[in-house]
Design a protein around this ligand. Structure first.
Ligand SMILES: Cc1cc2nc3c(=O)[nH]c(=O)nc-3n(C[C@H](O)[C@H](O)[C@H](O)COP(=O)(O)OP(=O)(O)OC[C@H]3O[C@@H](n4cnc5c(N)ncnc54)[C@H](O)[C@@H]3O)c2cc1C
Length: 255
């Protein structure tokens, strides 16, 4: 993905098409990230080859059989790709990147001008101070229970003390309290932190779909029966507006 800078999905798709022809590949794999899926969709469009996104397993053969994650991970689908070359993206956090085959080096021709038309023209610094949600080791996330845009000050404060990224639920992005880039879940970012601290989030299936990679979940909620409380490793029942500042104060005291 870094071979063509700035990121230009058509140019990468063209390079992949050439490389696959060169080595007569029976399959082309990419990470099931936004960029990986975009490049592979463009490769499928330009070659007419079948593309299966978000796979967790693939068995070679004719047809190639793949297992795909559907509906935010709540459904596994078995699909067959009838083609001499299958295009497959791998669902995030499901396969160890080190287990892949050794790298292959192929010379490809420089990108055509038309393939560079769509490219990244700039970057906007995320509101969470630059810690990437997808790669954060600790995430402090707020839901509707935070109450308002300004209410996120206590979430940001705790996140800053822990060196964490700030996340949120869709109720929060829909209310305009946080940008979509902070949203965790099926239609947001799938995260895989060591610790996910969920404050005032009920734990709807669509939110939980983004948490499958989280190693430990700490939930703070006034409702002990909220689904996230029932699925968490650690829970604190009570008003987050009292609990979150109290946790921050304790961390400060200990420093
Ligand atoms: C197609 C589709 C895709 C979706 N994708 C996503 C997605 O990607 N991510 C996502 O998050 N949602 C997604 N949703 C929305 C999802 O169904 C829920 O509506 C949403 O997650 C609810 O957000 P919430 O938990 O913040 O709010 P609520 O469900 O309203 O929960 C608020 C929680 O805060 C608690 N609370 C209230 N006040 C306090 C307080 N003072 N202290 C402590 N706790 C308090 C309440 O007990 C409650 O549990 C999607 C929905 C659809 C239909």
């Amino acid at each position: 993905m870094d071979a063509i800078q700035p990121f230009a999905p058509d140019a990468l798709a063209a390079a992949l098409a050439q490389a696959a022809d060169e080595i007569n590949a029976s399959a082309v794999f990419a990470a099931g990230t936004e960029r990986g899926n975009e490049v592979m969709a463009r490769l499928a469009a330009r070659t007419g080859l079948p593309f299966a996104a978000n796979c967790i397993a693939a068995t070679p053969g004719d047809p190639v059989t793949v297992t795909r994650l559907r509906w935010g991970g709540s459904l596994l689908e078995e699909a067959h790709l009838h083609s001499p070359r299958a295009l497959i993206t791998v669902a995030p956090h499901t396969v160890d990147a080190d287990t892949g085959p050794p790298p292959v080096e192929v010379d490809v021709t420089p990108a055509a001008e038309a393939d560079l038309l769509v490219h990244v023209s700039g970057h906007v610094t995320p509101s969470n101070g630059g810690v990437s949600l997808a790669e954060a080791k600790v995430i402090v996330s707020g839901g509707r229970g935070v109450g308002s845009k300004d209410g996120f000050a206590i979430i940001e404060e705790l996140a800053a003390l822990l060196g964490a990224a700030v996340g949120c639920s869709r109720a929060v992005t829909s209310a305009g309290w946080r940008p979509h880039s902070d949203q965790v879940g099926q239609t947001g970012t799938k995260v895989a932190p060591d610790v996910y601290i969920a404050c005032g989030i009920s734990g709807a299936t669509q939110h939980m779909a983004g948490l499958k990679g989280a190693k430990r979940i700490l939930a703070i909620n006034s409702d002990p029966q909220a689904p996230l409380m029932l699925n968490a490793d650690y829970t604190v029942t009570g008003d987050l507006k009292e609990i979150v500042p109290a946790v921050s104060a304790e961390i400060r005291k200990g420093r």
